[in-house]
Write a protein that binds this ligand. Sequence first.
Ligand code: SAH
Length: 341
Amino acid sequence: MKSIYDYPLKKLETYFETHGEKKFKATQVFDWLYKKRVRRFDDMRNIKKEVIETLKSDFSMEPLTIIEKLEDIDVCKYLFSLEDGNKIEAVLMRHDYGNSLCVSTQVGCNMGCAFCESGRLKKVRNLEPSEMVLQILAIEEDLQIRITHVVLMGIGEPFDNYENVMDFIDIINDPKGIELGARHITISTCGIVPKIKAFMEEGRGVNLAISLHAPNNRLRSRLMSINKAYPLEVLIPTLKEYVDKTHRRLTFEYILLKDVNDTMECADELSKLLRGINCYVNLIPYNETSHFEFKKTRKEDVLKFYDRLKKNKINVTIRKEFGSKVMAACGQLRSHHEEGK
Ligand code: SAH
């Protein structure tokens, strides 16, 4: 059965119209779901009994089940179980500018990046829009907070689940829904070129981040197998086109791996690759995991890399480290939970 949380407003309007009802019912239902946050169809008090009954027979309204929660000062990590028993993670980060939630988009991931815990579990299935929406609702209720920013950087590759991710964005971006501004939503992709092109045509105003992690094909193909399908000479021109078309600044994520991609040569090569693109580089301290050999770059070397990019006139920031104590690296909590069994 479909969940009521799978439906963007437009699709819910269509649903009502095909059932011979006025489409404003969709707005009323949205109001109960996302503004008043009721948990049962029976609590939607301005909706007729017959309509409630039809809704009940057509949709489920089940929340996600929280099965584990790990808390630190500025971070809170959740493990959820889905209706079919699969498990996913979400991480809430408290920044000075607001509460940012990192949501998962798939159960497992097929991208197979050499350093990433998520990909150790191959993709089992895509998440439904509801399963992404409900990560937000569950955590807002559990912590009694408002989430102000959403990043699609949890388990999964958002552009490998394109339609559901777009429906999810419609629901959270809708002023009648969760009402998160497009500028407060960031999609992160490993670089699936055809989907970057499709996304560029939609003109949604949502931020785009690219997991780059290497300045040349030799190294990038070693770290990220997607680079064999869409190498830099295909990816970079697509991104230039994206910036030209959308007038939005791009983010490049760059995990620093000790002695792998953190040399001064890499910094110079990266600067050259990105020169002239309206972008900034977000340097990410690697979250070490027991399953891979990679080590994190030492603090002073992170700063040297940062300085070199600055000197080369590349906009650069260093990502604040969250949650290494609570196993916040993508996929770590799920994988740890499985091993504990
Ligand atoms: N599939 C998408 C989004 C999920 S990963 C993508 O590739 O962008 C979100 C970010 O976390 C990516 O940049 C990913 O490369 C990075 N990441 C994965 N494992 C990590 C780790 N152990 N430490 C730090 N960052 C990691």
